[in-house]
Design a binder for this molecule. Sequence first.
Ligand code: FE2
Ligand code: FE2
Ligand code: FE2
Length: 283
Amino acid sequence: MIDENEEYVVWDKRYAVGVELIDKQHKELMRLTNVLYESCRNGKEYSVHVFKDTIKGFVDHATKHLPAEERLMEHIGYPDLAKHKAEHQGFLKEVLTDIKAFEEGKSFAPNALARFMHDWFMGHIALSDHRMGEYLAHIKTKQTLVWDKRNSIGIEAIDEQHIEIFKLTNNLYAAYKGEGKPSDDTFKAAIKSIMVYAGKHFAAEEALMKKAGYPDQAGHNQEHHRFIAKMDAAIKSFENGAVSAPHAIVRFQQSWLLEHIALYDHRMGAYILEWAPSLLDGQ
Ligand SMILES: [Fe+2]
Ligand SMILES: [Fe+2]
Ligand SMILES: [Fe+2]
């Protein structure tokens, strides 16, 4: 039984990676860890029952989350990817071994597993994932983005549009960095080009998802809307003369692009290639 004084994992800013989807997934893993934790306090019979359900949810979620994180690191060219991946492998191996032992009746794993997951939050998420988030924050607004084949989602027509958005994003960055005041017309024109092109590009992606019957389209569309809404608000504050607005715009635009392609477009591409490749004929 877990010590009464032992704390549940409580969300804290040191766990935040700064990527909306990743933080959301970590919160869900944390919730499931606490459910397991709780079950360990309520006696063996109860915990065996809860354990079975919770662990399934936990494994489902972890097996979605870990590859998503790895994809993001690949897309941003994260230098510690190999080490980070090895930590994920170690985690999965430990969890799956514990579950197997439990299913084969060899051991009663909930206590050990709940503790292990608790430690995972303290260790991996607070340190390794956090470092990944810092790296991402570091590359934002600090560089021109270079499209690389690691950014490919496997659909040529969409890749070409992404390459164009990288170019427009770099134009915006150049205008921001450029000869002095980002408040000039060049900056405004650069934003406008992005918004116009993004509108067309989102429509193209959404039409493709619809044709393919992509099951996660609602969440994906929502991310497109979030981009437009955030940019619109930032542009407004820029027009009202907010000094920090150009920096915020460039930062948001660059990070949204990198994160969105890695976490959303990539999954969409994989789905279409697997389930509706005929849609891509003639592209
Ligand atoms: Fe993570
Ligand atoms: Fe991780
Ligand atoms: Fe998208």
